[in-house]
Design a binder for this molecule. Structure first.
Ligand SMILES: Nc1nc2c(ncn2[C@@H]2O[C@H](COP(=O)(O)OP(=O)(O)OP(=O)(O)O)[C@@H](O)[C@H]2O)c(=O)[nH]1
Ligand SMILES: [Mg+2]
Length: 428
């Protein structure tokens, strides 16, 4: 369904022309609004649109009916007359009523930041999991915004639900269809999540590191450099929507699982974070988060903050985190690197694309792995078969030999598991 009701109607022959609208609120610097709008332009381009122009409006308080006010809305309608602009994109989230009113007034399609991000996610979803997650987020977003232009949804959704009584309007039918579809998607996602958590349980004894970071920071590039993986790398926002996990050897001895995953952005729609629960599971189950930062971006500080906000929403503040400053090859001013180094003493500086600093990063991860994992020797009575199989589950058995009634096992395992097994042995 999401595919058939695309927000942006870019075709191969003609790109959808858009105009961007940003608001300057009291206490907010114009420059930071300009940066946000530049990012919005990036989002629009990533979605396949062509940006015609940008409009700013000072705004003390949003107008409940027209957001920027009826007068300004009229001005914009005049401004775009004869320009071929198809769509007006707002940097802020609009209420369903504001969207409808603005649409009527300007006779153009109205899209807000959330809708635009959802659209890019829909375009980039490849796997069943990502597609299901995006469609769920999109439908939840569209449901209250449904207008009469959305007719005959039932054909697109495909035979779900039957037409209601004669008195029911098309709009009501459509709403009902969407609700039914949402329910179905939630059930699908629960199933996908179950399968995922089974897979997860099987690899719980290997150290897991997950790449997180702002979109376009270079996570996939680093992932490829580290895992020799060939994951899609593109200079567009949200190139990656799925989590990919690879086993990598840090230095012959320490094997870890490294995961690449979806990027974050400022004002990431809450519904997306919620729908991407199963993809973002690799963030929550990590033993270490590797926060990749594009140090060549003048806004990298704000981007770190935005990522931290999403991490907070995911409730992962207890997981250790290291900051990896990427794209150093693009930074000419050494003082920028120095400043970041002072602020993040544990930080590692790399260029994923030029393979600079990767060995140093591996060393750093190795350090953290060895802080978490220990090598222990256990002497166990052969009759303690429960404990023996537990040890095999809990870690890497490096050596095992037998001595009469005993077996000696040398095993590498997490500190936590070592503690548990020691407890089992002292009780036994
Ligand atoms: N100059 C330079 N460019 C880099 C470096 N690392 C990545 N890039 C470029 O940055 C862009 C984004 O890289 P990706 O690896 O796709 O970024 P990502 O963080 O995975 O992005 P999303 O999946 O969209 O969240 C690509 O054009 C890369 O070629 C680097 O070290 N130096
Ligand atoms: Mg990526």
């Amino acid at each position: 369904m999401a595919r058939n009701n695309k927000l942006l109607l870019a075709t191969e022959t003609r790109k959808e022309k858009v105009i961007l609208v940003g608001t300057i609120r009291p206490g907010v610097m114009r420059e930071s609004v300009e940066d946000m709008l530049e990012e919005l332009a990036n989002l629009a381009t990533s979605a396949g649109a062509e940006v015609h122009s940008t409009v700013f409006q000072g705004l003390i308080k949003p107008d409940p009916a027209y957001f920027i006010g009826k007068g300004k809305a009229g001005e914009i309608a005049k401004l775009i007359e004869g320009t071929g602009v198809d769509t007006i994109i707002f940097d802020d989230e609009l209420s369903p009523a504001q969207t409808r009113n603005l649409e009527k007034m300007t006779n153009r399609k109205i899209v807000d930041r959330t809708g635009l991000i959802l659209e890019i996610f829909a375009q980039n979803a490849r796997t069943k999991e990502a597609k299901t997650q995006v469609e769920l987020a999109q439908l939840q977003y569209f449901l209250p915004r449904l207008t009469r232009q959305w007719t005959h949804l039932e054909r697109q959704i495909g035979g779900i639900g039957v037409r209601g009584g004669m008195g029911e309007t098309q709009l009501e039918v459509d709403r009902r269809l969407i609700r039914t579809r949402i329910k179905k998607l939630k059930i699908d996602l629960d199933l996908i999540e179950k399968q995922r958590s089974e897979r997860r349980a099987r690899r719980k004894n290997i150290f897991k590191a997950t790449l997180v970071g702002y979109t376009n920071a270079g996570k996939s590039t680093l992932f490829n450099a580290a895992a020799d993986a060939g994951v899609l790398v593109e200079d567009r926002l949200f190139a990656t929507l799925d989590s990919t996990v690879r086993r990598i050897e840090l230095n012959g001895y320490n094997t870890i699982l490294l995961a690449d995953t979806v990027g974050f952005i400022r004002k990431l729609p809450h519904s997306l974070v919620a729908s991407f629960r199963s993809t973002l599971g690799v963030v929550q189950e990590a033993d270490l988060l590797i926060h990749v930062v594009d140090i060549s971006n003048s806004e990298y500080d704000e981007q770190i903050e935005a990522v931290n906000r999403v991490l907070k929403e995911l409730d992962v503040h207890k997981i250790p985190i290291i900051h990896v400053f990427n794209k150093v090859d693009l930074v000419e001013d050494q003082s920028i690197l120095d400043a970041a180094g002072r602020f993040y003493p544990e930080g590692v500086f790399i260029s994923a694309e030029r393979s600079i600093g990767i060995a140093g990063l591996f060393e750093k991860i190795t350090e953290i792995v060895s802080e978490n994992f220990v090598t222990r020797e256990f002497n166990i009575l052969l009759t303690e078969s429960k404990i023996i199989s537990r040890i095999f589950e809990a870690g890497d058995v490096i050596e095992q030999d037998y001595d009469g009634k005993y077996t000696r096992m040398k095993v590498k395992l997490s500190k936590e598991e070592a503690f548990r097994i020691e407890n089992m042995l002292s009780r036994g």
